[in-house]
Design a protein around this ligand. Structure first.
Ligand SMILES: [Zn+2]
Length: 134
């Protein structure tokens, strides 16, 4: 495919994308300064707090390598919890209460870690806000 200068595909001119952005705004989403690194479209923050690209869906904004790894850690934790939940279902079907408790413990442990991490992140958030005001 040959593209002339100025003719490069601009997703913000795609009617489907424009429509998607309009729908997001109608749903109360907020357009952010940050743009999607893949297509340069503005990102939107949904009422749920999730950040989405009109084309790529849910994205994570990370400002540092450390933050990126943090997100990765969280994904691993969710993955392990999901697997534990699947095992829990297996054991429940077999009717072995002893094994059931083990998997419940795994899930509870991960929930606790996620909870602690969320609390820590909120604290960092609040601190940044206070610093911004002061
Ligand atoms: Zn995108």
């Amino acid at each position: 495919m040959v593209l002339q200068v100025g003719e490069a595909r601009d997703p913000s001119r795609d009617p489907a994308v424009v429509k998607k952005m309009a729908v997001l705004l109608m749903q109360g989403a907020v357009m952010l300064q940050e743009t999607c690194p893949l297509d340069g479209l503005p990102l939107f923050r949904l009422r749920s707090g999730e950040i989405v690209c009109p084309v790529h869906g849910r994205v994570m904004i990370v400002s540092s390598e450390r933050e990126a790894r943090d997100v990765e850690v969280e994904e691993v934790l969710y993955e392990v919890m999901y697997r534990a939940a699947l095992r829990l279902r297996e054991e429940a079907e077999k009717g072995e209460p002893g094994r059931l408790r083990e998997w419940v413990q795994v899930i509870l442990g991960i929930e606790e870690i996620l909870d602690m991490r969320r609390r820590r992140m909120r604290e960092v958030d609040d601190k940044e806000k206070q610093e911004g005001q002061g």
